[in-house]
Design a protein around this ligand. Structure first.
Ligand SMILES: [Zn+2]
Length: 390
Protein backbone atom coordinates (compact mmCIF):
# COMPACT_ATOMS: atom_id res chain seq x y z
CA UNK A 1 0.00 0.00 0.00
CA UNK A 2 2.79 2.40 0.96
CA UNK A 3 4.43 2.36 -2.50
CA UNK A 4 1.13 3.50 -4.02
CA UNK A 5 1.22 6.79 -2.11
CA UNK A 6 2.09 9.77 -4.29
CA UNK A 7 4.22 12.04 -2.08
CA UNK A 8 4.01 14.91 -4.56
CA UNK A 9 0.21 14.80 -4.51
CA UNK A 10 0.24 14.73 -0.72
CA UNK A 11 2.52 17.76 -0.53
CA UNK A 12 0.40 19.55 -3.11
CA UNK A 13 -2.87 18.99 -1.26
CA UNK A 14 -1.42 19.80 2.17
CA UNK A 15 0.13 22.94 0.72
CA UNK A 16 -3.11 24.02 -0.92
CA UNK A 17 -4.88 23.72 2.43
CA UNK A 18 -2.12 25.48 4.36
CA UNK A 19 -2.14 28.36 1.86
CA UNK A 20 -5.71 29.18 2.92
CA UNK A 21 -5.47 31.37 6.00
CA UNK A 22 -7.94 29.84 8.47
CA UNK A 23 -6.53 31.33 11.65
CA UNK A 24 -9.08 31.09 14.41
CA UNK A 25 -10.12 33.69 15.34
CA UNK A 26 -11.78 34.48 13.02
CA UNK A 27 -11.56 31.07 11.30
CA UNK A 28 -12.98 31.78 7.84
CA UNK A 29 -13.12 28.04 7.21
CA UNK A 30 -15.39 28.63 4.21
CA UNK A 31 -12.25 29.79 2.37
CA UNK A 32 -10.95 26.18 2.42
CA UNK A 33 -14.09 24.71 0.87
CA UNK A 34 -12.91 25.11 -2.72
CA UNK A 35 -9.70 23.16 -2.05
CA UNK A 36 -11.65 20.31 -0.45
CA UNK A 37 -14.27 20.17 -3.19
CA UNK A 38 -11.50 20.02 -5.82
CA UNK A 39 -9.59 17.35 -3.90
CA UNK A 40 -12.62 15.08 -3.65
CA UNK A 41 -14.21 15.88 -7.01
CA UNK A 42 -13.24 12.57 -8.60
CA UNK A 43 -15.30 10.73 -5.93
CA UNK A 44 -18.48 12.76 -6.52
CA UNK A 45 -19.36 13.03 -2.84
CA UNK A 46 -22.65 14.18 -1.44
CA UNK A 47 -21.90 17.47 0.29
CA UNK A 48 -23.67 18.93 3.27
CA UNK A 49 -22.80 22.37 4.61
CA UNK A 50 -23.33 23.58 8.15
CA UNK A 51 -22.53 27.25 8.74
CA UNK A 52 -23.76 28.45 12.14
CA UNK A 53 -22.08 31.83 11.63
CA UNK A 54 -21.05 33.49 8.36
CA UNK A 55 -17.81 31.96 7.11
CA UNK A 56 -17.68 29.34 9.87
CA UNK A 57 -18.30 26.44 7.54
CA UNK A 58 -18.13 22.75 8.33
CA UNK A 59 -18.45 20.37 5.40
CA UNK A 60 -19.70 16.81 5.38
CA UNK A 61 -18.63 14.73 2.39
CA UNK A 62 -20.22 11.31 1.97
CA UNK A 63 -18.21 9.24 -0.48
CA UNK A 64 -20.39 6.93 -2.58
CA UNK A 65 -19.27 3.32 -2.43
CA UNK A 66 -18.12 1.89 -5.81
CA UNK A 67 -20.59 -0.99 -5.38
CA UNK A 68 -23.46 1.40 -4.76
CA UNK A 69 -25.52 1.81 -1.61
CA UNK A 70 -25.47 -1.15 0.72
CA UNK A 71 -25.62 -2.29 4.28
CA UNK A 72 -22.09 -1.38 5.29
CA UNK A 73 -20.59 0.04 8.44
CA UNK A 74 -19.63 3.67 8.16
CA UNK A 75 -16.31 5.23 9.01
CA UNK A 76 -16.24 8.85 10.04
CA UNK A 77 -13.06 10.85 9.46
CA UNK A 78 -13.10 14.12 11.38
CA UNK A 79 -10.52 16.83 10.70
CA UNK A 80 -10.56 20.49 11.60
CA UNK A 81 -9.77 23.24 9.11
CA UNK A 82 -8.93 26.06 11.50
CA UNK A 83 -5.43 26.78 12.74
CA UNK A 84 -4.03 28.74 15.66
CA UNK A 85 -2.67 32.30 15.26
CA UNK A 86 0.92 32.96 14.20
CA UNK A 87 3.66 35.30 15.29
CA UNK A 88 5.08 35.93 11.84
CA UNK A 89 8.30 37.46 13.19
CA UNK A 90 9.15 34.15 14.86
CA UNK A 91 8.87 32.19 11.61
CA UNK A 92 11.78 31.50 9.27
CA UNK A 93 9.36 31.24 6.34
CA UNK A 94 5.94 32.66 5.54
CA UNK A 95 3.49 30.49 7.56
CA UNK A 96 0.95 30.45 4.72
CA UNK A 97 3.46 29.78 1.93
CA UNK A 98 4.24 26.10 2.53
CA UNK A 99 7.90 25.28 2.07
CA UNK A 100 9.39 21.82 1.53
CA UNK A 101 12.90 21.56 2.92
CA UNK A 102 14.90 18.47 3.80
CA UNK A 103 11.88 16.16 3.72
CA UNK A 104 9.85 18.46 5.96
CA UNK A 105 6.91 20.58 4.93
CA UNK A 106 6.77 23.87 6.87
CA UNK A 107 3.69 26.06 7.35
CA UNK A 108 0.88 26.81 9.80
CA UNK A 109 -1.34 23.75 9.98
CA UNK A 110 1.05 21.31 8.30
CA UNK A 111 1.00 19.22 11.50
CA UNK A 112 -2.18 20.50 13.14
CA UNK A 113 -3.90 19.25 11.09
CA UNK A 114 -4.10 19.98 7.38
CA UNK A 115 -1.43 17.33 6.71
CA UNK A 116 -3.63 14.72 8.39
CA UNK A 117 -6.69 15.87 6.43
CA UNK A 118 -4.72 15.67 3.18
CA UNK A 119 -3.42 12.18 4.04
CA UNK A 120 -6.95 10.95 4.74
CA UNK A 121 -8.23 12.33 1.43
CA UNK A 122 -5.26 10.91 -0.47
CA UNK A 123 -5.94 7.50 1.09
CA UNK A 124 -8.94 7.20 -1.25
CA UNK A 125 -6.61 7.52 -4.26
CA UNK A 126 -4.16 5.04 -2.74
CA UNK A 127 -6.93 2.55 -2.19
CA UNK A 128 -8.20 2.98 -5.76
CA UNK A 129 -4.69 2.43 -7.09
CA UNK A 130 -4.43 -0.78 -5.08
CA UNK A 131 -7.52 -2.17 -6.80
CA UNK A 132 -9.12 -2.95 -3.45
CA UNK A 133 -12.59 -1.90 -2.41
CA UNK A 134 -13.57 0.12 0.66
CA UNK A 135 -14.99 -2.05 3.41
CA UNK A 136 -16.84 0.97 4.81
CA UNK A 137 -19.00 3.81 3.73
CA UNK A 138 -16.66 6.73 4.22
CA UNK A 139 -17.82 10.10 5.51
CA UNK A 140 -15.52 13.08 5.98
CA UNK A 141 -16.26 15.85 8.45
CA UNK A 142 -14.15 18.91 7.68
CA UNK A 143 -14.92 21.11 10.63
CA UNK A 144 -14.55 24.67 11.83
CA UNK A 145 -13.56 26.03 15.22
CA UNK A 146 -11.77 23.08 16.85
CA UNK A 147 -9.02 25.31 18.18
CA UNK A 148 -11.47 27.39 20.21
CA UNK A 149 -13.59 24.54 21.53
CA UNK A 150 -15.57 23.35 18.52
CA UNK A 151 -18.91 25.04 19.29
CA UNK A 152 -19.13 26.28 15.69
CA UNK A 153 -17.77 23.04 14.22
CA UNK A 154 -18.16 19.47 15.42
CA UNK A 155 -20.61 20.61 18.11
CA UNK A 156 -22.77 22.19 15.39
CA UNK A 157 -22.64 18.97 13.34
CA UNK A 158 -23.63 17.02 16.44
CA UNK A 159 -26.58 19.35 17.06
CA UNK A 160 -27.62 18.86 13.42
CA UNK A 161 -27.67 15.08 13.97
CA UNK A 162 -24.85 14.53 11.50
CA UNK A 163 -22.32 12.77 13.73
CA UNK A 164 -23.11 9.14 13.00
CA UNK A 165 -20.94 6.14 12.30
CA UNK A 166 -19.54 2.86 13.54
CA UNK A 167 -16.01 4.11 14.08
CA UNK A 168 -14.19 7.42 13.86
CA UNK A 169 -10.66 8.43 12.95
CA UNK A 170 -9.35 11.90 13.86
CA UNK A 171 -6.04 12.52 12.04
CA UNK A 172 -4.72 15.07 14.56
CA UNK A 173 -0.95 15.02 15.04
CA UNK A 174 0.10 12.15 17.29
CA UNK A 175 3.33 11.17 15.53
CA UNK A 176 1.17 8.27 14.28
CA UNK A 177 0.79 6.93 17.81
CA UNK A 178 -2.65 5.63 18.68
CA UNK A 179 -4.43 8.00 21.03
CA UNK A 180 -7.47 6.72 22.89
CA UNK A 181 -7.87 9.25 25.71
CA UNK A 182 -7.69 12.99 26.26
CA UNK A 183 -7.75 15.22 29.28
CA UNK A 184 -10.58 17.70 29.54
CA UNK A 185 -10.27 21.47 29.69
CA UNK A 186 -11.71 24.23 31.81
CA UNK A 187 -10.74 27.79 31.00
CA UNK A 188 -12.02 30.20 33.61
CA UNK A 189 -11.74 33.91 34.23
CA UNK A 190 -11.18 34.71 37.85
CA UNK A 191 -11.79 38.33 38.86
CA UNK A 192 -10.22 39.45 42.12
CA UNK A 193 -11.83 42.53 43.68
CA UNK A 194 -9.94 45.11 45.70
CA UNK A 195 -10.63 48.59 47.03
CA UNK A 196 -9.04 51.33 44.96
CA UNK A 197 -7.12 54.19 46.49
CA UNK A 198 -4.15 56.51 46.19
CA UNK A 199 -0.93 54.70 45.38
CA UNK A 200 0.87 56.69 48.08
CA UNK A 201 -1.23 55.09 50.84
CA UNK A 202 -1.53 51.41 49.88
CA UNK A 203 -2.44 50.23 53.40
CA UNK A 204 -5.60 52.37 53.39
CA UNK A 205 -6.92 50.31 50.45
CA UNK A 206 -7.04 46.69 49.32
CA UNK A 207 -4.87 45.78 46.37
CA UNK A 208 -6.54 43.36 43.99
CA UNK A 209 -3.13 42.69 42.45
CA UNK A 210 -1.66 41.66 45.80
CA UNK A 211 -4.56 39.27 46.37
CA UNK A 212 -4.37 37.98 42.82
CA UNK A 213 -0.68 37.22 43.30
CA UNK A 214 -1.58 35.09 46.32
CA UNK A 215 -4.29 33.34 44.30
CA UNK A 216 -1.79 32.55 41.53
CA UNK A 217 0.58 31.01 44.07
CA UNK A 218 -2.25 29.02 45.66
CA UNK A 219 -3.47 27.66 42.32
CA UNK A 220 0.00 26.73 41.13
CA UNK A 221 0.85 25.07 44.43
CA UNK A 222 -2.43 23.16 44.53
CA UNK A 223 -2.32 19.42 44.18
CA UNK A 224 -5.56 18.51 42.48
CA UNK A 225 -4.85 14.96 43.53
CA UNK A 226 -6.97 11.96 42.80
CA UNK A 227 -5.98 8.67 41.25
CA UNK A 228 -3.41 8.89 38.49
CA UNK A 229 -4.85 7.92 35.11
CA UNK A 230 -2.64 5.35 33.32
CA UNK A 231 -2.60 7.33 30.06
CA UNK A 232 -3.47 10.85 31.20
CA UNK A 233 -1.59 11.34 34.43
CA UNK A 234 -3.10 13.83 36.85
CA UNK A 235 -5.19 16.98 36.52
CA UNK A 236 -3.36 20.31 36.43
CA UNK A 237 -3.90 24.06 36.64
CA UNK A 238 -2.04 27.01 35.20
CA UNK A 239 -2.70 30.74 35.35
CA UNK A 240 -2.02 31.76 31.76
CA UNK A 241 -2.94 35.46 31.82
CA UNK A 242 -3.13 38.30 34.31
CA UNK A 243 -4.43 41.84 33.89
CA UNK A 244 -4.92 44.25 36.73
CA UNK A 245 -4.91 47.79 37.95
CA UNK A 246 -5.81 51.07 36.30
CA UNK A 247 -2.65 53.11 36.84
CA UNK A 248 0.82 52.92 38.35
CA UNK A 249 -0.14 55.46 41.03
CA UNK A 250 -3.38 53.73 42.00
CA UNK A 251 -4.09 50.77 44.27
CA UNK A 252 -5.61 48.15 41.95
CA UNK A 253 -9.42 47.85 42.20
CA UNK A 254 -9.50 44.66 40.25
CA UNK A 255 -7.32 42.01 38.68
CA UNK A 256 -8.33 39.30 36.23
CA UNK A 257 -6.67 35.91 35.95
CA UNK A 258 -7.09 33.44 33.12
CA UNK A 259 -6.96 29.96 34.59
CA UNK A 260 -6.47 26.81 32.54
CA UNK A 261 -7.36 23.53 34.21
CA UNK A 262 -6.84 20.11 32.62
CA UNK A 263 -9.15 17.39 33.81
CA UNK A 264 -9.50 13.64 33.95
CA UNK A 265 -12.50 11.63 32.74
CA UNK A 266 -15.48 12.05 35.06
CA UNK A 267 -14.78 15.70 35.93
CA UNK A 268 -17.64 18.09 35.22
CA UNK A 269 -17.62 21.85 34.92
CA UNK A 270 -19.17 22.00 38.40
CA UNK A 271 -16.65 19.67 40.00
CA UNK A 272 -13.72 21.42 38.34
CA UNK A 273 -14.91 24.83 39.55
CA UNK A 274 -15.63 23.50 43.03
CA UNK A 275 -12.12 22.07 43.33
CA UNK A 276 -10.63 25.36 42.18
CA UNK A 277 -12.65 27.32 44.76
CA UNK A 278 -11.70 24.79 47.42
CA UNK A 279 -7.99 25.25 46.79
CA UNK A 280 -8.26 29.05 46.70
CA UNK A 281 -10.49 29.30 49.78
CA UNK A 282 -8.33 26.74 51.56
CA UNK A 283 -5.32 28.99 51.22
CA UNK A 284 -7.05 31.50 53.54
CA UNK A 285 -5.99 34.75 51.90
CA UNK A 286 -7.27 37.44 54.33
CA UNK A 287 -10.03 39.64 52.89
CA UNK A 288 -9.99 37.92 49.49
CA UNK A 289 -13.03 38.61 47.29
CA UNK A 290 -13.32 37.04 43.85
CA UNK A 291 -15.66 35.49 41.37
CA UNK A 292 -15.17 32.94 38.61
CA UNK A 293 -16.70 32.77 35.15
CA UNK A 294 -16.35 29.85 32.74
CA UNK A 295 -14.83 30.72 29.36
CA UNK A 296 -14.49 27.25 27.83
CA UNK A 297 -15.27 23.78 29.05
CA UNK A 298 -14.63 20.48 27.34
CA UNK A 299 -14.85 17.26 29.27
CA UNK A 300 -12.22 14.53 29.09
CA UNK A 301 -12.86 11.47 26.98
CA UNK A 302 -11.50 7.98 26.62
CA UNK A 303 -12.15 4.61 25.08
CA UNK A 304 -10.90 1.17 26.04
CA UNK A 305 -7.28 0.94 24.79
CA UNK A 306 -8.03 -2.70 23.91
CA UNK A 307 -11.09 -1.78 21.84
CA UNK A 308 -11.06 -3.64 18.47
CA UNK A 309 -11.08 -0.33 16.58
CA UNK A 310 -7.86 0.76 18.32
CA UNK A 311 -6.39 -2.66 17.53
CA UNK A 312 -7.38 -2.20 13.91
CA UNK A 313 -5.61 1.15 13.66
CA UNK A 314 -2.46 -0.31 15.21
CA UNK A 315 -2.62 -3.26 12.79
CA UNK A 316 -3.02 -0.97 9.76
CA UNK A 317 0.03 1.07 10.79
CA UNK A 318 2.03 -2.10 11.29
CA UNK A 319 0.92 -3.65 8.02
CA UNK A 320 1.84 -0.62 5.94
CA UNK A 321 5.03 0.69 7.53
CA UNK A 322 6.13 -1.97 10.01
CA UNK A 323 5.51 0.45 12.88
CA UNK A 324 4.73 -0.66 16.43
CA UNK A 325 2.70 2.36 17.50
CA UNK A 326 2.31 3.15 21.16
CA UNK A 327 -1.13 3.58 22.69
CA UNK A 328 -1.22 7.01 24.28
CA UNK A 329 -3.34 9.63 26.01
CA UNK A 330 -3.08 13.33 25.26
CA UNK A 331 -2.78 16.08 27.81
CA UNK A 332 -5.14 18.31 25.83
CA UNK A 333 -8.56 18.00 24.24
CA UNK A 334 -9.70 17.64 20.62
CA UNK A 335 -13.06 17.26 18.88
CA UNK A 336 -12.75 13.49 19.51
CA UNK A 337 -14.53 14.13 22.81
CA UNK A 338 -17.79 15.07 21.06
CA UNK A 339 -17.65 11.94 18.95
CA UNK A 340 -16.75 9.68 21.90
CA UNK A 341 -18.90 11.23 24.61
CA UNK A 342 -21.94 12.68 22.87
CA UNK A 343 -22.20 10.47 19.77
CA UNK A 344 -20.89 7.31 21.49
CA UNK A 345 -18.68 6.32 18.56
CA UNK A 346 -15.33 4.59 19.20
CA UNK A 347 -12.81 7.22 18.18
CA UNK A 348 -9.07 6.95 17.65
CA UNK A 349 -6.90 10.02 17.21
CA UNK A 350 -3.94 9.14 15.02
CA UNK A 351 -2.21 11.39 12.53
CA UNK A 352 1.02 12.62 11.03
CA UNK A 353 3.10 15.31 12.73
CA UNK A 354 4.31 15.58 16.28
CA UNK A 355 2.18 17.04 19.05
CA UNK A 356 5.18 19.21 19.93
CA UNK A 357 4.88 20.86 16.49
CA UNK A 358 1.28 21.92 16.97
CA UNK A 359 0.82 25.63 17.71
CA UNK A 360 4.56 26.39 17.39
CA UNK A 361 6.46 28.72 15.09
CA UNK A 362 8.09 26.93 12.12
CA UNK A 363 5.44 24.22 12.45
CA UNK A 364 6.23 21.32 10.14
CA UNK A 365 5.37 17.76 9.24
CA UNK A 366 7.78 15.08 8.02
CA UNK A 367 6.92 13.98 4.50
CA UNK A 368 7.61 10.36 5.50
CA UNK A 369 4.90 10.60 8.16
CA UNK A 370 2.40 11.98 5.65
CA UNK A 371 3.18 8.99 3.42
CA UNK A 372 2.93 6.52 6.32
CA UNK A 373 -0.41 8.05 7.33
CA UNK A 374 -1.93 7.90 3.83
CA UNK A 375 -0.88 4.25 3.50
CA UNK A 376 -2.24 3.26 6.90
CA UNK A 377 -5.53 5.09 6.27
CA UNK A 378 -5.93 3.32 2.92
CA UNK A 379 -5.35 -0.01 4.69
CA UNK A 380 -7.99 0.95 7.27
CA UNK A 381 -10.49 1.83 4.57
CA UNK A 382 -10.31 -1.62 2.98
CA UNK A 383 -10.24 -3.61 6.23
CA UNK A 384 -13.66 -4.65 7.50
CA UNK A 385 -14.46 -3.27 10.92
CA UNK A 386 -13.74 -5.52 13.86
CA UNK A 387 -17.37 -6.10 14.72
CA UNK A 388 -17.98 -7.89 11.44
CA UNK A 389 -14.72 -9.80 11.12
CA UNK A 390 -15.58 -12.48 13.65
ZN1 LIG B 1 -5.67 20.12 15.99
Amino acid sequence: MRDLVDPAALVELTSALVAVDTRNPPGNEREAAGVLRDALRRWSPTWTEVEPEPGRLSLVAEIPHPDGPGDRPSLLINGHLDVVPVRAEQWSTDPFTPTLDGGRLYGRGTADMKGGVAAAIHALDVLAASGRTPAWDVVFHFVADEELGGALGTRALLDAGLVRGDACLVPEPTGLQVCVAERGLLQAELTVHGVGGHGSRPRDSVSAIEHAASVVLAVHAADFGGVEHPLLGRPSANVGTIQGGSGVNTVAESCRLGVDRRLLPGATVESALAELRERIDGSAIPGLRYDIGVLVFGEASEMDPGHPWAEQVRAALHATSGAEPATIGMSFTTDARFVRNQAGIPTVVCGPGEVAQAHTSDEMVELEQLVDAAAAYAELLCTPPPSTTG
